[in-house]
Design a protein. Structure first.
Length: 90
């Protein structure tokens, strides 16, 4: 029973881990922020699909580069980008 409890805790800890990414469109130079919950590479040419966490837009890229970020880097970059978004008038 003790072994089962330890294994269950290990699975929960691993399942709760996210990886954060900065994805760059190599054609336009535009960069996006996303995480392992939405970042997918599919097909033989590794097409990337993900949700841009800044704008909440779904993005598909054929030509891209990505790099992992720490959670602190991701949160700081996300906050900075969101602060630059246009605000809607009230």
């Amino acid at each position: 029973m003790k072994t089962f409890a330890i294994l269950s805790m290990a699975v929960l800890m691993i399942a709760g881990c996210k990886t954060y990414y900065r994805v760059s469109d190599t054609d336009t130079g535009k960069t996006y922020l996303t995480d392992s919950d939405s970042f997918r590479q599919t097909g033989s040419n590794n097409v990337a699909t993900f949700e841009d966490k800044v704008t909440k837009a779904n993005v598909t890229l054929n030509s891209y580069e990505y790099r992992k970020m720490t959670e602190a880097e991701y949160n700081a970059d996300l906050a900075a980008r969101q602060s630059r978004l246009p605000t809607s008038p009230k």
